[in-house]
Write a protein that binds this ligand. Structure first.
Ligand code: KG4
Ligand code: ZN
Length: 344
């Protein structure tokens, strides 16, 4: 007899991606559809919540319909509807939460609420056969930089987090300072390949012994002062810099972020006697970060699982995957579910 297949429809609208996916038994991705709004927000240099929310309203039903159609299943075969209801932009989350509640009610299927940051971690496990525990999990995205002690998909203990900007936010802001297009992360990575990471020694914050928190706002300010001068009078302005100078700044900034992320992960792994490291979130797309994390893990004899690049940024497969473990544990939400801007 074939084991029971549990199909979960996941929905994600926390920021500027409208996404839906169908995942079977928490691992097999039957479909994953993402409508990115990057083009809509590009000219503002960042995500505008009202524009994001309106685009989610327009996209949500076509995206859900497409995800079900690509999965090749009928709506009746879906066992539960999952939604990332926190954290994120309230008016963006609201669209997905309303859609998920409506579908759950209309289909008579259970509703499952998941934390978006915890779901990012699941992306690292999508293609993993098994994982040696305990694991240190690093989630590096545009909104969050969190380190966890992961005992299981549902059992995460926060070890450290950013006290100001998230790593991805720092990439985006430094890209703006350097006159690079939005979103900053991929564009900094691209130009950094032409630069010298040792050209400028930018600060590494909160490195004192035992500290597992992050701070990237001082680094961002250091880049700003480097470009505009301490008095912000604008000497050494970016417009007059050569591409090689900008590449050196980008490479040196990126090296500072990576050094901190890798050292803190190494420190956290030692603290909890970890056997594995997991990494996910948009910044985990960064090739130099992936390489540096791999080197550290090799040295420390840690097994490393990094989310495949296409599942590093926001998607709904990670939502449906995490929801499967909640489904098995009987952790359901009811129709009074609300979006929540901050994380529990
Ligand atoms: O996980 P994500 O899609 O959204 C949030 O939940 O925040 O992450 C988006 C962030 C952006 O800040 C973007 O600049 C950054 O991930 N990012 C990168 C790269 N690709 C995306 N940062 C550095 N290098 C990259 N290649
Ligand atoms: Zn995210």
């Amino acid at each position: 007899m074939n084991p029971k297949k549990t199909y979960i429809l996941g929905i994600e609208t926390s920021c500027d991606e409208t996404a839906a996916a169908v995942v079977c038994n928490g691992k097999q991705i039957c479909s994953s559809v993402v409508a990115s709004q990057t083009k809509l927000h590009e000219k503002y240099g960042g995500v505008v919540p009202e524009i994001a929310s309106r685009a989610h309203v327009e996209n949500i039903l076509p995206i859900v319909t497409e995800a079900i159609s690509q999965a090749g299943i009928a709506p009746e075969q879906i066992d539960a509807v999952a939604i990332a209801n926190q954290p994120g932009l309230s008016i963006a989350l609201m669209v997905g939460v309303t859609a998920a509640k409506t579908l759950s009610f209309a289909w008579g299927k259970p509703l499952i609420a998941v934390n978006h940051i915890h779901a990012h971690l699941q992306s690292a496990l999508l293609e993993a056969e098994s994982i040696e525990l305990p694991a240190v999990a690093l989630i590096v995205s545009g909104g969050h930089t969190n380190l966890y002690d992961a005992e299981s998909a549902l059992d995460l203990r926060l070890l450290g987090k950013t006290i100001d900007d998230a790593a991805g936010e720092a990439f985006d802001k430094v890209a703006t300072i350097l006159g690079l297009p939005y979103p900053g992360g991929p564009n900094i990575e691209k130009i950094a390949k032409e630069g010298d990471p040792k050209a400028i020694r930018f600060p590494r914050s909160l490195m004192e012994k035992g500290n597992l928190d992050f701070s990237f706002s001082g680094l961002k300010t250091a880049v700003l002062y480097h470009c505009q001068g301490q008095d912000m009078k604008g000497e050494n302005r970016v417009e007059t810099m050569s591409r090689a100078e900008i590449a050196d700044i980008a490479a040196s900034f990126q090296a500072a972020v990576i050094e901190v992320l890798v050292k803190k992960t190494q420190r956290a792994a030692k603290k909890i006697n970890a056997k594995s490291v997991l990494m996910g979130g948009g910044v985990a797309c960064n090739g130099a970060l992936r390489d540096a994390m791999e080197q550290m893990c090799k040295k420390e004899h840690l097994s490393l699982m990094i989310a495949p690049k296409k599942y590093c940024t926001d998607n709904a497969a990670m939502v449906a995957s995490l929801a499967y473990y909640k489904y098995k544990a009987g952790q359901f939400a009811d129709l009074a579910l609300e979006p929540k801007a901050t994380s529990d």
